[in-house]
Ligand binder design. Structure first.
Ligand code: SAM
Length: 284
């Protein structure tokens, strides 16, 4: 069986179907078998697993997922890729494709239908232009998730792992760490893709928590986090006074009760400290 991750085979498939790359869809197809093996290994897929793949392209990863998993559903926005997938994956019976924008797919419904509502695995070489909305969408809509193994832009992967004190630390770092444990798998140079992207990439696995590592009102927690980082240069007190439905005095009282300095900035707080502030504010 010839694998698509072979660059010669990939080129032949693209030529046979007269495929033209669409820049607007972030199409950079993987042509490196070693990287593909690392992704599949990191995802730890077994024959019990239902896997959601986002953006299958010509099926390079889908092919391997079909071999490892019980069932694969791929969501692909570009309709010109659908007949190509039908061709490259014709020998497999355990896959299907949804021709839609992933941001419009009801993934909760899919997980219920295909996996009885049990946690699913997501695997993807993501289109970089919508990495954050895709990940945040999965988390915030409370899709039952076991893990998300994804190729993303290196800078974004770095941001996911940061903590207080780093200038890359922000709302994405906190959201990722609230919902999961991020683990870097490998870094991937532009030469592993066709066409080559301008940036370096990283494969990262987000192992999703059964229960969040902190206890507090999730909605208020993320309102506080967003308000803090929207006004990054301001003190926490000023940032939150503008961004939340609490008075300046209530915010000042909560910051004091939580034991923080009145001049502290949001970027200095850890997830546990944001949760503490959330609980104090909630009780005012
Ligand atoms: N998985 C393939 C691979 O590794 O070679 C392709 C990866 S390519 C970086 C991203 C894929 O996502 C493309 O096939 C692109 O058409 C698709 N895509 C882009 N935006 C999408 C969206 N909003 N919803 C679903 N698929 C999308």
């Amino acid at each position: 069986m010839a694998y698509l991750s072979n660059p010669t085979y990939t080129k032949a498939v693209l030529e046979a179907h007269g495929f033209s790359f669409q820049k607007k869809y972030g199409q950079n197809f993987l042509i490196d078998g070693n990287v593909l093996n690392s992704i599949i290994d990191a995802a730890g897929i077994t024959k019990d697993d239902f896997v959601l793949e986002i953006g299958p392209g010509i099926g390079t990863m889908t092919q391997r997922l079909c071999e490892e998993a019980r069932e694969v559903v791929a969501v692909e926005i570009d309709k010109t890729l659908i007949p190509i997938l039908d061709d490259t994956l014709s020998t497999y019976k355990n896959w299907s494709v949804i021709n839609q924008d992933i941001l419009k797919v009801d993934i909760n419904k899919l997980a219920l239908e295909k996996n009885g509502g049990k946690p699913i695995k997501v695997v993807a070489n993501l289109p970089y232009y919508i990495t954050t909305p895709i990940i945040m969408g999965l988390f915030e809509s409370h899709v039952p998730l076991e893990s998300i193994t994804i190729m993303i832009q290196k800078e974004v992967a770095d941001r996911m792992q940061e903590g207080p004190g780093s200038k890359e630390y922000g709302a994405l770092s906190l959201a990722v760490q609230y919902y999961s444990k991020p683990e870097i798998v490998c870094e991937v140079p532009p030469s592993c893709f066709m066409p080559q992207p301008k940036v370096s990439s990283t494969v990262i696995t987000l192992k999703c928590h059964n229960n969040p590592p902190v206890e507090c009102d999730e909605k208020l927690l993320f309102q506080i986090i967003r308000a803090s980082f929207n006004q990054r240069r301001k003190t926490l007190q000023n940032g939150l006074s503008n961004g939340l439905h609490y008075s300046k005095e209530q915010i000042a009282e909560a910051i004091e009760k939580a034991g923080f300095s009145p001049t502290i900035r949001g970027e200095a707080l850890s997830l546990e400290e944001f949760a503490k502030l959330t609980n104090v504010l909630k009780e005012l």
